[in-house]
Design a protein around this ligand. Structure first.
Ligand SMILES: *Cc1c(COP(=O)(O)O)cnc(C)c1O
Length: 456
């Protein structure tokens, strides 16, 4: 097959949507460390996790050995509403950059939630329903995960309660109203409805909340209401497993044309899209079959991989969630209020953290003005208005393509375009008005946060 034959968009057919997820842990020699009890530091097993998570999802969370896990038919059918997601050859971007590099991106923004998060939301809601539960609770920041979960719960007839970081609840009404339209109840966090919310409000009057607070509230409500469990949109092993559909589809599409990427790039918040995109390729690398360069891209204002420490840390502010061993900036770390690019979580998926720690992947951090410059360049030639989060990957892909221009190498670059930016126009407005500033935390700030890490 010659280069010219590759279309702008490589679509798979409906029956080429994966029927199994791929679990990269099965091929990892160093497995990710297990979740641990926040009081004792001891690993948590199935029984101990049952009050918080759905049974089947705990099994997936703990399964480090099964390489392929069947996707239930009902989830396959749901996936057909918005998958397969297109794999796009970025001919227009290549031309604009005048680079010999060949650039591909996997676009996950073709659904109402506007991101890849629906891939896992439907799975988590499905297993909650299977278990006969009444509903699920969760947190959301800007609202992408909450929106995806609301859609999945509406489809399956489950109650959905979302704790939304207060500043977003008040300043970003659009996703809040999408969630309510899909039947979710959305509560500004910290609220006065929970013990932990009342405590945080008393200690920090007027606080505008954080993801860590909202997680604590959602977990408290799940464990204290019969028939409810807590679900999480990133970080966990199970979420990376579900997101492997991204990588499996991307690989199937590239395989059709005999294309092998040299470099695979994803933005990294909690690590789920990146983990999902790279999974099948990483499996080949781990098994010694092929080699790839993998690059995680994070914001310079929330640099967990590039400047964090690899340690057990709290996943939430209230310290009631299990501990995870991950690259972390400390659970007290809150990125600067000026940061508009998303990817604000203080930690990183244990799977991604372990792979990075073991040298299987690289990480870079990028400043937000450069991210929005890349987003704008991309939008103008490729047509899609990218989410700020996704634009971190665009920025790194453009950087790699420009290196090819210098060296004359025609490398093949694949990156994940996780979603659309229609609800992020306040951030674009700041950029367009040249009011966007870059903020990089100092070493002293990070050290102060590391000092509060749990010690076991
Ligand atoms: C949530 C989100 C991310 C970051 O989450 P990961 O778990 O790191 O993938 C990236 N892009 C978009 C559009 C998102 O909504």
């Amino acid at each position: 097959m010659t280069e010219q034959n590759i279309p702008y968009k490589i679509y798979l057919s409906e029956n080429e949507i994966p029927k199994q997820w791929y679990n990269v842990r099965a091929d990892m020699k160093q497995k990710p460390a297990p979740l641990a009890n926040p009081a004792t530091g001891e690993p948590l097993g199935f029984e101990e996790l049952r009050p918080v998570f759905c049974d089947e999802l705990i099994k997936q969370e703990l399964d480090n050995d099964t390489a392929y896990i069947d996707i239930p038919q009902e989830i396959q059918d749901f996936y057909k509403m918005y998958r397969p997601a297109p794999l796009v050859r970025a001919y227009c971007l290549e031309k604009a950059l005048d680079t010999p590099a060949k650039i591909y991106y996997k676009f996950e923004g073709n659904n109402t939630s506007g991101s890849h998060k629906l891939n896992s939301a439907i799975v988590q809601a499905y297993y909650a329903k299977q278990q006969g539960l009444k509903g699920v609770t969760t947190e959301t920041g800007a609202g992408q995960w909450g929106t995806a979960l609301s859609m999945a719960c509406a489809y399956l007839g489950l109650d959905c309660r979302v704790y939304m970081v207060k500043v977003s609840y008040e300043q970003k009404p659009f996703r809040r109203e999408v969630m309510r339209t899909y039947g979710a109840s959305v509560v500004a966090s910290p609220s006065m409805e929970t013990e932990i919310g009342r405590k945080i409000n008393a200690e920090h009057p007027g606080t505008t909340g954080s993801l860590g607070c909202a997680i604590s509230e959602a977990v408290e409500v799940a464990v204290s209401n019969p028939g409810y469990r807590y679900v999480l949109g990133s970080v966990l092993n199970q979420v990376l497993l579900h997101q492997s559909v991204i990588g499996l589809e991307a690989k199937a599409a590239l395989d059709k044309y005999g294309v092998t990427p040299d470099i695979i790039i994803g933005c990294a918040g909690g690590g789920s899209n990146l983990g999902g995109l790279i999974s099948p390729f990483m499996g080949e690398k781990l098994r010694g079959e092929k080699d790839y360069r993998f690059i995680a891209v994070e914001p310079a204002s929330c640099p967990s991989l590039t400047r964090g420490v690899f340690a057990y840390d709290f996943c939430d502010t209230g310290m009631i969630c299990p501990l995870a061993k991950m690259y972390t900036l400390g659970s007290n770390f809150i990125p600067s209020a000026n940061h508009a690019g998303g990817l604000r979580y203080h930690g990183m998926s244990p799977v991604v953290s372990q792979l990075y720690h073991d040298g299987y992947m690289e990480a870079v951090s990028v400043e937000q003005t450069a991210v929005f410059e890349a987003a704008t360049k991309f939008a103008r030639v490729e047509g899609i208005l990218p989410a700020p989060e996704s634009s971190h990957a665009i920025k790194a892909a453009i950087d790699e393509a420009m290196k090819c221009k210098e060296t004359g190498e025609a490398k093949t670059i694949l990156f994940g375009l996780t979603g659309t930016g229609y609800f992020d126009l306040v951030a674009y407005e700041k950029f367009n008005n040249k009011q966007m500033v870059d903020y990089i935390p100092t070493d002293e700030e990070l050290q102060a946060s590391f000092a509060k890490l749990p010690k076991f």
